[in-house]
Design a protein around this ligand. Sequence first.
Ligand SMILES: Cc1cc2nc3c(=O)[nH]c(=O)nc-3n(C[C@H](O)[C@H](O)[C@H](O)COP(=O)(O)OP(=O)(O)OC[C@H]3O[C@@H](n4cnc5c(N)ncnc54)[C@H](O)[C@@H]3O)c2cc1C
Length: 339
Amino acid sequence: MQTPTYRSMPDIILSNGKKFMAAPGVSILDAAAQAHVFLPYSCKTGRCSSCKCKVVSGETLALTTELGLTQEELEQGWVLSCVRSAQTDLELEIDDLGGIALPSQKTIPCRISRIEHLAPDVVRVILRLPPAAVFTFLPGQYIDIIGPNGVRRSYSLANAPITDKTLELHIRAVEDGLMSDYWFKRAKENDLLRLTGPLGTFFLRETNGQDLVFLATGTGIAPVKAMLEALVEFPQELQPASVTVLWGGRTPADLYIDLPCLPDHYQFVPVLSRADKDWAGAKGYVYEALLQNAPSLSRTTVYACGSDAMIHSARKVLVAAGLPARQFYADAFVSSGNI
Ligand SMILES: Cc1cc2nc3c(=O)[nH]c(=O)nc-3n(C[C@H](O)[C@H](O)[C@H](O)COP(=O)(O)OP(=O)(O)OC[C@H]3O[C@@H](n4cnc5c(N)ncnc54)[C@H](O)[C@@H]3O)c2cc1C
């Protein structure tokens, strides 16, 4: 008689043939990372849909409600790898990040070095790391700040990696927000906090000879600023063919900082959705302003950061206009938690 074989851990296979095992109850995203297979992700709470992938075969279990998926997407077999576990062997329609090695994550103490208002509802926070700390990140990634009473919130890093051990954050006030209350009413220089990171897979991919478009709304400019600071320092052979930065707000006050000095062939387009009659610049939404320039989208790579609504609309409109879906990278500033 043949002895049955019992396997406690399902195998997961990706479109490109990469394979890893997943323990029950562990998210597909975490199981992959444990096996040094890195999948795209951002919020890790089932809200932003950066980690969306399709189940080709096998059974999965939702660990929490997938707010980032529509009912239609759920019915079509899409899941969010950050909040799904494998119940059986799985075949997924998604590739890993290829040869890109993500910097290792750590939790370290930090202190507020400086805090300043850039607009009535935006502060810039400069964090200082301990002298012995080694913290590396890719421009575009974010960190989680663990603040007073253990409240944990995500913030994009607004500066390119530098050697003076400071990190820059741009933080917008959210009404009745727990951490907003801290940043805007109580935070002061030298306060001790903790951070975990770097997190997320919003960072520059191939740049040389590419047409790059950055779309940002509000404090979504923070990771774009970090990417641009890095990009301008790239050697000539890695420089893109063109760079267009579209930053949107309702009124001029929403465009709260000057971007770093950009080379002449980088184009900066401020866009206002509630412009008054004196505004001579672009009007409407950032993706509309992009389309008005009739770019050749099949050769364009878009990096979008800001509100969930902007990112959903931008992806939908630009893909319908000819942008290959794989050339749209995004970080949505969804609500990052209840505690
Ligand atoms: C990957 C990532 C990166 C982020 N980076 C930044 C950044 O660089 N700068 C920045 O300002 N913010 C950023 N955020 C958002 C930030 O993490 C917080 O969620 C936000 O600042 C609110 O925190 P809070 O504690 O003040 O409010 P909370 O106490 O969390 O929320 C208060 C109320 O506001 C609602 N709410 C919370 N966030 C939002 C939102 N974004 N839109 C609409 N309603 C909301 C909540 O549902 C709740 O009802 C990022 C989020 C993610 C996921």
